[in-house]
Write a protein that binds this ligand. Structure first.
Ligand code: NAG
Length: 457
Protein backbone atom coordinates (compact mmCIF):
# COMPACT_ATOMS: atom_id res chain seq x y z
CA UNK A 1 0.00 0.00 0.00
CA UNK A 2 1.18 3.52 -0.88
CA UNK A 3 2.32 5.34 2.29
CA UNK A 4 0.63 8.60 1.15
CA UNK A 5 -2.66 6.81 0.77
CA UNK A 6 -2.26 5.45 4.27
CA UNK A 7 -1.92 9.01 5.58
CA UNK A 8 -5.04 10.05 3.75
CA UNK A 9 -6.95 7.37 5.60
CA UNK A 10 -5.47 8.22 9.01
CA UNK A 11 -5.77 12.04 8.81
CA UNK A 12 -9.55 12.28 9.28
CA UNK A 13 -9.27 9.95 12.25
CA UNK A 14 -6.62 12.13 13.85
CA UNK A 15 -8.63 15.22 13.03
CA UNK A 16 -11.66 13.67 14.65
CA UNK A 17 -9.70 12.68 17.75
CA UNK A 18 -8.14 16.10 18.02
CA UNK A 19 -11.54 17.70 17.56
CA UNK A 20 -13.09 15.61 20.30
CA UNK A 21 -11.02 17.16 23.00
CA UNK A 22 -11.34 20.64 21.53
CA UNK A 23 -15.06 20.04 21.26
CA UNK A 24 -16.77 19.30 18.01
CA UNK A 25 -15.72 21.37 15.08
CA UNK A 26 -12.00 20.75 14.97
CA UNK A 27 -10.65 24.26 14.76
CA UNK A 28 -13.17 25.73 17.20
CA UNK A 29 -12.75 25.31 20.94
CA UNK A 30 -14.96 26.06 23.90
CA UNK A 31 -14.80 25.11 27.59
CA UNK A 32 -15.97 21.59 28.32
CA UNK A 33 -17.58 22.54 31.60
CA UNK A 34 -20.50 24.87 31.73
CA UNK A 35 -20.04 28.57 32.24
CA UNK A 36 -21.58 30.12 35.34
CA UNK A 37 -23.30 33.46 35.11
CA UNK A 38 -24.56 35.50 38.01
CA UNK A 39 -27.99 36.95 37.48
CA UNK A 40 -27.81 40.66 36.89
CA UNK A 41 -24.12 40.44 36.14
CA UNK A 42 -22.21 39.95 32.88
CA UNK A 43 -20.87 36.63 31.62
CA UNK A 44 -18.39 35.63 28.93
CA UNK A 45 -19.38 32.81 26.59
CA UNK A 46 -15.93 31.72 25.38
CA UNK A 47 -15.29 30.55 21.83
CA UNK A 48 -11.87 30.36 20.19
CA UNK A 49 -10.81 29.62 16.64
CA UNK A 50 -7.79 27.31 16.75
CA UNK A 51 -6.12 28.19 13.45
CA UNK A 52 -4.88 31.72 13.58
CA UNK A 53 -4.70 34.16 12.00
CA UNK A 54 -8.20 33.64 10.66
CA UNK A 55 -9.09 34.78 7.12
CA UNK A 56 -10.54 38.22 6.58
CA UNK A 57 -13.74 36.83 5.22
CA UNK A 58 -15.59 35.01 7.97
CA UNK A 59 -18.80 35.11 9.94
CA UNK A 60 -19.85 34.28 13.50
CA UNK A 61 -23.27 33.30 14.74
CA UNK A 62 -24.31 32.70 18.34
CA UNK A 63 -27.61 30.93 18.85
CA UNK A 64 -29.53 29.96 21.97
CA UNK A 65 -30.95 26.45 21.91
CA UNK A 66 -34.30 26.67 23.61
CA UNK A 67 -36.68 23.83 24.30
CA UNK A 68 -37.83 23.53 20.71
CA UNK A 69 -36.64 26.60 18.85
CA UNK A 70 -33.34 28.27 18.14
CA UNK A 71 -33.11 31.87 19.15
CA UNK A 72 -30.56 34.17 17.45
CA UNK A 73 -28.37 35.86 20.04
CA UNK A 74 -25.80 37.76 18.02
CA UNK A 75 -23.99 37.45 14.68
CA UNK A 76 -21.18 39.04 12.67
CA UNK A 77 -20.27 38.71 9.01
CA UNK A 78 -17.52 41.22 8.45
CA UNK A 79 -19.58 44.20 7.39
CA UNK A 80 -23.13 44.13 8.77
CA UNK A 81 -25.09 41.76 10.87
CA UNK A 82 -26.48 38.70 9.21
CA UNK A 83 -29.68 38.49 11.26
CA UNK A 84 -31.35 40.53 13.94
CA UNK A 85 -30.93 39.15 17.45
CA UNK A 86 -33.98 38.11 19.39
CA UNK A 87 -35.41 40.86 21.56
CA UNK A 88 -34.40 38.86 24.61
CA UNK A 89 -30.76 39.55 23.75
CA UNK A 90 -31.10 42.95 22.17
CA UNK A 91 -28.43 45.28 23.51
CA UNK A 92 -27.03 42.64 25.84
CA UNK A 93 -24.71 40.61 23.60
CA UNK A 94 -21.33 41.93 22.40
CA UNK A 95 -18.27 40.67 20.43
CA UNK A 96 -14.63 41.58 20.96
CA UNK A 97 -13.98 42.92 17.47
CA UNK A 98 -10.34 43.75 18.20
CA UNK A 99 -9.61 40.16 19.20
CA UNK A 100 -11.13 38.58 16.09
CA UNK A 101 -7.76 38.37 14.38
CA UNK A 102 -6.49 36.35 17.37
CA UNK A 103 -9.39 33.93 16.86
CA UNK A 104 -11.34 35.26 19.85
CA UNK A 105 -14.96 35.00 18.87
CA UNK A 106 -16.30 34.94 22.46
CA UNK A 107 -19.57 36.63 23.33
CA UNK A 108 -20.10 38.90 26.27
CA UNK A 109 -23.61 38.72 27.70
CA UNK A 110 -24.70 41.56 29.99
CA UNK A 111 -27.39 41.62 32.66
CA UNK A 112 -27.80 37.86 32.85
CA UNK A 113 -31.35 36.62 33.35
CA UNK A 114 -32.54 33.33 34.79
CA UNK A 115 -34.01 32.55 31.36
CA UNK A 116 -30.55 32.81 29.79
CA UNK A 117 -29.64 29.44 31.22
CA UNK A 118 -29.13 26.77 28.57
CA UNK A 119 -27.04 25.79 25.54
CA UNK A 120 -25.48 28.29 23.15
CA UNK A 121 -23.88 27.42 19.87
CA UNK A 122 -20.92 29.33 18.53
CA UNK A 123 -20.77 28.92 14.73
CA UNK A 124 -17.87 30.17 12.65
CA UNK A 125 -17.85 30.05 8.85
CA UNK A 126 -15.02 30.65 6.32
CA UNK A 127 -16.01 30.74 2.70
CA UNK A 128 -17.47 27.23 2.42
CA UNK A 129 -16.33 25.74 5.73
CA UNK A 130 -18.53 26.01 8.82
CA UNK A 131 -17.90 24.80 12.33
CA UNK A 132 -20.05 24.88 15.43
CA UNK A 133 -19.34 24.41 19.09
CA UNK A 134 -21.68 24.35 22.10
CA UNK A 135 -21.28 26.40 25.27
CA UNK A 136 -23.39 25.56 28.30
CA UNK A 137 -24.47 28.48 30.46
CA UNK A 138 -25.69 28.02 34.00
CA UNK A 139 -26.98 30.96 35.97
CA UNK A 140 -27.31 31.50 39.68
CA UNK A 141 -28.26 34.17 42.14
CA UNK A 142 -27.67 34.79 45.82
CA UNK A 143 -30.77 36.31 47.26
CA UNK A 144 -31.41 38.18 50.44
CA UNK A 145 -30.44 36.87 53.85
CA UNK A 146 -33.23 34.82 55.43
CA UNK A 147 -35.51 36.43 57.97
CA UNK A 148 -36.54 34.34 60.95
CA UNK A 149 -39.93 35.17 62.38
CA UNK A 150 -41.16 34.14 65.79
CA UNK A 151 -44.81 33.28 65.50
CA UNK A 152 -47.45 33.09 68.22
CA UNK A 153 -47.17 29.98 70.37
CA UNK A 154 -49.21 26.96 69.38
CA UNK A 155 -50.23 25.07 72.47
CA UNK A 156 -47.00 25.21 74.41
CA UNK A 157 -44.67 25.17 71.44
CA UNK A 158 -43.16 28.15 69.79
CA UNK A 159 -43.38 28.49 66.07
CA UNK A 160 -40.56 29.82 63.94
CA UNK A 161 -40.62 30.50 60.27
CA UNK A 162 -37.82 31.33 57.92
CA UNK A 163 -38.20 33.13 54.66
CA UNK A 164 -35.83 34.25 51.91
CA UNK A 165 -36.30 35.43 48.36
CA UNK A 166 -34.25 36.29 45.30
CA UNK A 167 -32.39 33.01 44.96
CA UNK A 168 -31.59 30.93 41.86
CA UNK A 169 -31.79 28.05 41.34
CA UNK A 170 -34.14 26.87 44.10
CA UNK A 171 -32.00 26.93 47.23
CA UNK A 172 -31.95 24.57 50.15
CA UNK A 173 -33.27 25.73 53.48
CA UNK A 174 -31.74 24.27 56.61
CA UNK A 175 -32.44 24.72 60.30
CA UNK A 176 -29.29 24.45 62.36
CA UNK A 177 -28.75 24.09 66.06
CA UNK A 178 -26.31 26.04 68.15
CA UNK A 179 -23.44 23.82 67.06
CA UNK A 180 -24.20 24.32 63.40
CA UNK A 181 -25.67 20.85 62.98
CA UNK A 182 -28.71 20.34 60.87
CA UNK A 183 -31.79 19.84 63.00
CA UNK A 184 -33.62 16.61 62.42
CA UNK A 185 -37.19 17.89 62.48
CA UNK A 186 -39.13 16.92 59.44
CA UNK A 187 -40.10 20.02 57.62
CA UNK A 188 -41.42 21.02 54.31
CA UNK A 189 -40.03 23.91 52.38
CA UNK A 190 -42.32 25.69 50.04
CA UNK A 191 -40.88 27.54 47.10
CA UNK A 192 -42.43 30.11 44.83
CA UNK A 193 -41.10 31.64 41.66
CA UNK A 194 -41.28 35.39 41.31
CA UNK A 195 -42.06 37.00 37.94
CA UNK A 196 -38.33 37.65 37.51
CA UNK A 197 -37.71 33.88 37.62
CA UNK A 198 -36.14 33.91 41.09
CA UNK A 199 -37.06 31.63 43.97
CA UNK A 200 -38.58 32.48 47.34
CA UNK A 201 -38.46 29.76 49.96
CA UNK A 202 -40.18 29.42 53.29
CA UNK A 203 -40.21 26.81 56.01
CA UNK A 204 -41.49 26.63 59.53
CA UNK A 205 -40.34 24.90 62.65
CA UNK A 206 -41.93 24.15 66.02
CA UNK A 207 -39.74 24.24 69.06
CA UNK A 208 -40.63 22.79 72.41
CA UNK A 209 -39.72 24.40 75.68
CA UNK A 210 -36.46 23.14 77.01
CA UNK A 211 -35.02 22.39 73.63
CA UNK A 212 -32.07 24.17 72.11
CA UNK A 213 -33.07 27.75 71.81
CA UNK A 214 -30.32 28.96 69.53
CA UNK A 215 -31.45 28.29 66.04
CA UNK A 216 -30.30 29.41 62.67
CA UNK A 217 -31.86 29.27 59.30
CA UNK A 218 -29.47 28.78 56.40
CA UNK A 219 -30.24 29.27 52.74
CA UNK A 220 -27.82 27.32 50.61
CA UNK A 221 -27.09 27.71 46.92
CA UNK A 222 -25.15 24.60 45.96
CA UNK A 223 -24.35 25.84 42.46
CA UNK A 224 -22.45 28.75 43.90
CA UNK A 225 -21.46 26.95 47.11
CA UNK A 226 -22.78 30.03 48.79
CA UNK A 227 -25.12 30.44 51.73
CA UNK A 228 -26.64 33.10 53.90
CA UNK A 229 -27.74 32.55 57.43
CA UNK A 230 -29.80 34.18 60.16
CA UNK A 231 -29.64 33.22 63.79
CA UNK A 232 -32.23 33.61 66.48
CA UNK A 233 -31.64 33.22 70.19
CA UNK A 234 -34.62 32.74 72.42
CA UNK A 235 -33.83 33.48 76.02
CA UNK A 236 -34.00 30.37 78.17
CA UNK A 237 -36.65 31.67 80.55
CA UNK A 238 -38.70 33.27 77.82
CA UNK A 239 -40.37 30.25 76.32
CA UNK A 240 -41.49 28.24 79.37
CA UNK A 241 -42.39 31.30 81.43
CA UNK A 242 -44.46 32.92 78.75
CA UNK A 243 -46.57 29.84 78.30
CA UNK A 244 -46.81 29.22 82.04
CA UNK A 245 -47.78 32.77 82.85
CA UNK A 246 -50.10 32.80 79.92
CA UNK A 247 -51.71 29.62 81.17
CA UNK A 248 -52.04 30.98 84.71
CA UNK A 249 -53.41 34.24 83.39
CA UNK A 250 -55.88 32.46 81.16
CA UNK A 251 -56.92 30.15 83.99
CA UNK A 252 -57.48 33.10 86.32
CA UNK A 253 -59.31 34.98 83.62
CA UNK A 254 -61.49 31.98 82.88
CA UNK A 255 -62.26 31.43 86.55
CA UNK A 256 -63.14 35.08 86.93
CA UNK A 257 -65.36 34.96 83.90
CA UNK A 258 -67.08 31.84 85.19
CA UNK A 259 -67.59 33.41 88.63
CA UNK A 260 -68.83 36.65 87.17
CA UNK A 261 -71.24 34.87 84.90
CA UNK A 262 -72.53 32.65 87.71
CA UNK A 263 -73.07 35.63 90.01
CA UNK A 264 -74.59 37.60 87.18
CA UNK A 265 -76.95 34.75 86.32
CA UNK A 266 -77.98 34.35 89.94
CA UNK A 267 -78.65 38.06 90.35
CA UNK A 268 -80.62 38.10 87.15
CA UNK A 269 -82.60 35.05 88.14
CA UNK A 270 -83.34 36.58 91.53
CA UNK A 271 -84.43 39.86 90.03
CA UNK A 272 -86.57 38.11 87.49
CA UNK A 273 -87.99 35.76 90.09
CA UNK A 274 -88.74 38.64 92.41
CA UNK A 275 -90.31 40.64 89.64
CA UNK A 276 -92.34 37.72 88.39
CA UNK A 277 -93.20 36.55 91.84
CA UNK A 278 -94.19 40.11 92.82
CA UNK A 279 -96.41 40.36 89.76
CA UNK A 280 -97.90 36.97 90.42
CA UNK A 281 -98.54 37.77 94.05
CA UNK A 282 -100.16 41.11 93.23
CA UNK A 283 -102.39 39.41 90.69
CA UNK A 284 -103.35 36.65 93.12
CA UNK A 285 -104.09 39.28 95.77
CA UNK A 286 -106.22 41.15 93.24
CA UNK A 287 -108.29 38.07 92.39
CA UNK A 288 -108.54 37.19 96.06
CA UNK A 289 -109.75 40.72 96.88
CA UNK A 290 -112.17 40.70 93.97
CA UNK A 291 -113.68 37.49 95.23
CA UNK A 292 -115.05 39.57 98.12
CA UNK A 293 -117.06 41.87 95.86
CA UNK A 294 -120.09 43.53 97.46
CA UNK A 295 -122.77 45.77 95.94
CA UNK A 296 -122.38 49.48 96.75
CA UNK A 297 -125.10 52.07 96.19
CA UNK A 298 -124.24 55.78 96.47
CA UNK A 299 -126.40 58.46 97.98
CA UNK A 300 -126.97 61.01 95.16
CA UNK A 301 -126.61 63.95 97.57
CA UNK A 302 -123.08 65.37 97.54
CA UNK A 303 -121.42 66.47 100.77
CA UNK A 304 -118.18 68.35 101.35
CA UNK A 305 -115.32 66.31 102.72
CA UNK A 306 -111.94 67.59 103.85
CA UNK A 307 -109.25 65.45 102.27
CA UNK A 308 -106.35 67.74 103.12
CA UNK A 309 -104.62 68.10 106.46
CA UNK A 310 -104.43 70.83 109.12
CA UNK A 311 -101.94 72.96 107.16
CA UNK A 312 -103.47 72.41 103.76
CA UNK A 313 -107.22 71.88 103.94
CA UNK A 314 -108.90 70.50 100.84
CA UNK A 315 -112.67 70.48 100.48
CA UNK A 316 -113.98 67.92 98.02
CA UNK A 317 -117.69 67.23 97.32
CA UNK A 318 -118.27 63.50 97.69
CA UNK A 319 -121.02 60.96 97.22
CA UNK A 320 -121.22 58.49 100.10
CA UNK A 321 -122.68 54.98 100.11
CA UNK A 322 -126.17 54.68 101.50
CA UNK A 323 -125.32 51.60 103.55
CA UNK A 324 -122.35 50.78 105.71
CA UNK A 325 -120.13 47.90 104.64
CA UNK A 326 -120.42 44.61 106.47
CA UNK A 327 -117.73 43.24 108.72
CA UNK A 328 -114.80 41.31 107.23
CA UNK A 329 -113.58 41.71 103.65
CA UNK A 330 -115.31 43.90 101.09
CA UNK A 331 -114.42 44.81 97.54
CA UNK A 332 -115.95 47.19 95.04
CA UNK A 333 -114.89 48.84 91.81
CA UNK A 334 -115.07 52.44 90.68
CA UNK A 335 -114.95 53.54 87.05
CA UNK A 336 -112.96 56.73 86.66
CA UNK A 337 -114.29 57.61 83.22
CA UNK A 338 -112.79 60.78 81.77
CA UNK A 339 -112.28 62.34 85.18
CA UNK A 340 -108.79 63.64 85.73
CA UNK A 341 -109.08 64.90 89.29
CA UNK A 342 -110.86 62.51 91.56
CA UNK A 343 -110.89 60.96 95.05
CA UNK A 344 -112.30 57.73 96.41
CA UNK A 345 -111.99 55.63 99.52
CA UNK A 346 -113.82 54.93 102.76
CA UNK A 347 -115.23 57.00 105.61
CA UNK A 348 -115.88 55.72 109.08
CA UNK A 349 -118.59 56.91 111.34
CA UNK A 350 -117.84 57.30 114.97
CA UNK A 351 -120.10 56.79 117.96
CA UNK A 352 -120.58 60.55 118.15
CA UNK A 353 -122.16 60.63 114.74
CA UNK A 354 -125.84 60.41 114.39
CA UNK A 355 -125.86 58.70 111.02
CA UNK A 356 -124.47 58.53 107.55
CA UNK A 357 -126.03 61.85 106.56
CA UNK A 358 -124.10 64.03 108.94
CA UNK A 359 -120.60 63.92 107.32
CA UNK A 360 -118.63 67.08 107.53
CA UNK A 361 -115.06 68.24 107.51
CA UNK A 362 -114.61 67.36 111.16
CA UNK A 363 -114.47 63.74 110.25
CA UNK A 364 -111.59 63.93 107.83
CA UNK A 365 -109.40 61.96 110.21
CA UNK A 366 -111.82 59.10 109.74
CA UNK A 367 -111.26 59.13 106.04
CA UNK A 368 -108.85 57.10 103.87
CA UNK A 369 -108.66 57.85 100.19
CA UNK A 370 -106.76 57.75 96.98
CA UNK A 371 -106.74 61.08 95.18
CA UNK A 372 -105.64 62.21 91.73
CA UNK A 373 -104.85 65.86 91.20
CA UNK A 374 -103.17 67.47 88.20
CA UNK A 375 -101.84 64.17 86.97
CA UNK A 376 -100.39 63.16 90.33
CA UNK A 377 -101.58 60.42 92.65
CA UNK A 378 -101.87 60.94 96.40
CA UNK A 379 -102.89 58.81 99.29
CA UNK A 380 -104.92 60.54 101.96
CA UNK A 381 -105.03 58.90 105.32
CA UNK A 382 -102.97 60.28 108.12
CA UNK A 383 -101.83 63.17 105.96
CA UNK A 384 -101.39 63.46 102.22
CA UNK A 385 -98.60 61.57 100.52
CA UNK A 386 -97.52 61.59 96.91
CA UNK A 387 -97.64 58.07 95.49
CA UNK A 388 -96.96 58.54 91.82
CA UNK A 389 -96.13 61.30 89.46
CA UNK A 390 -98.49 59.81 86.96
CA UNK A 391 -102.13 59.03 87.61
CA UNK A 392 -103.03 58.60 83.95
CA UNK A 393 -103.52 55.12 82.61
CA UNK A 394 -105.95 54.26 85.36
CA UNK A 395 -109.45 53.59 84.08
CA UNK A 396 -110.97 51.66 86.97
CA UNK A 397 -109.95 51.11 90.56
CA UNK A 398 -110.81 48.24 92.81
CA UNK A 399 -111.12 49.10 96.52
CA UNK A 400 -110.53 46.33 99.00
CA UNK A 401 -111.28 46.79 102.66
CA UNK A 402 -110.16 44.23 105.18
CA UNK A 403 -111.59 45.47 108.45
CA UNK A 404 -110.12 42.57 110.40
CA UNK A 405 -106.60 43.31 109.19
CA UNK A 406 -107.45 47.04 109.23
CA UNK A 407 -106.15 47.49 105.73
CA UNK A 408 -107.38 49.33 102.72
CA UNK A 409 -106.00 48.48 99.29
CA UNK A 410 -106.49 50.00 95.87
CA UNK A 411 -106.04 47.92 92.73
CA UNK A 412 -105.62 48.86 89.10
CA UNK A 413 -108.34 46.70 87.59
CA UNK A 414 -106.81 46.71 84.10
CA UNK A 415 -103.33 45.70 85.26
CA UNK A 416 -104.60 43.61 88.19
CA UNK A 417 -101.90 45.29 90.23
CA UNK A 418 -101.77 46.98 93.62
CA UNK A 419 -101.72 50.77 93.35
CA UNK A 420 -101.68 51.64 97.04
CA UNK A 421 -102.28 50.08 100.40
CA UNK A 422 -102.81 51.80 103.73
CA UNK A 423 -103.37 50.89 107.31
CA UNK A 424 -106.66 52.09 108.79
CA UNK A 425 -105.31 52.39 112.32
CA UNK A 426 -108.82 52.09 113.76
CA UNK A 427 -107.58 50.90 117.08
CA UNK A 428 -109.29 53.80 118.81
CA UNK A 429 -112.70 52.68 117.56
CA UNK A 430 -112.94 49.14 116.37
CA UNK A 431 -116.71 49.24 116.34
CA UNK A 432 -117.03 51.91 113.67
CA UNK A 433 -118.67 51.21 110.35
CA UNK A 434 -117.16 51.93 106.97
CA UNK A 435 -118.85 53.75 104.09
CA UNK A 436 -117.40 53.84 100.58
CA UNK A 437 -117.32 57.24 98.86
CA UNK A 438 -116.36 58.76 95.55
CA UNK A 439 -115.74 62.39 94.67
CA UNK A 440 -118.42 64.14 92.67
CA UNK A 441 -116.49 65.08 89.58
CA UNK A 442 -117.26 68.01 87.31
CA UNK A 443 -118.33 65.66 84.60
CA UNK A 444 -120.04 63.34 87.07
CA UNK A 445 -118.57 60.29 85.35
CA UNK A 446 -117.12 58.62 88.41
CA UNK A 447 -119.38 55.70 89.19
CA UNK A 448 -119.57 52.38 91.00
CA UNK A 449 -119.17 49.49 88.63
CA UNK A 450 -120.87 46.18 89.18
CA UNK A 451 -118.39 43.38 89.72
CA UNK A 452 -119.21 39.98 88.27
CA UNK A 453 -119.99 37.28 90.75
CA UNK A 454 -116.90 35.94 92.43
CA UNK A 455 -115.44 32.95 90.71
CA UNK A 456 -114.84 30.20 93.25
CA UNK A 457 -111.09 29.49 93.34
C1 NAG B 1 -11.32 37.07 24.41
O1 NAG B 1 -11.32 38.45 24.75
C2 NAG B 1 -11.88 38.77 26.01
C3 NAG B 1 -11.81 40.30 26.14
O2 NAG B 1 -10.56 40.77 25.94
C4 NAG B 1 -11.12 38.02 27.09
O3 NAG B 1 -11.72 38.31 28.32
C5 NAG B 1 -11.14 36.55 26.83
O4 NAG B 1 -10.39 35.86 27.80
C6 NAG B 1 -10.55 36.29 25.45
N1 NAG B 1 -10.46 34.87 25.12
C7 NAG B 1 -11.45 33.98 25.10
C8 NAG B 1 -11.11 32.55 24.77
O5 NAG B 1 -12.62 34.29 25.32
Amino acid sequence: MDSRLWWLAVLPVLAFRRGSHLAAGGFLSAPKTSVLGIIGDRVLLPCQVGSVPIPEDFSIRWTFHGQSQRIPVSSYDGKDRREEPDERYQGRAEFFHRDFRAGNVSLLLRNVQSSDQGSYSCEVSFQDVSREVLVELEVAAIGEAPSVILRSPEKQDLGLSCRASGWFPRPELLWLDRHGKVRRESMTTTATVTPGGLFSVEASLRIQPGSDLEISCRILNRRLSASRESRIRIHDVFLPSISQWLRIFLAVLFLNMALISVVFCQIRAKIQFKKRFGQMKAELDFWEARSHAVPVALDPEARPLDLGDAQDPLQVPVLVARDALGAGKCYWEVELGRERDWALGVLRDGPSLAGPHSWDSRHSRHCWALRASQGQLFSSGSGSRLLREQSRGLSALGVFLDSEEERLEFYDVEQRDLVAGMSLGAGEDPSGKFFPFVSQGEEGTLRIRSVPMPVPL
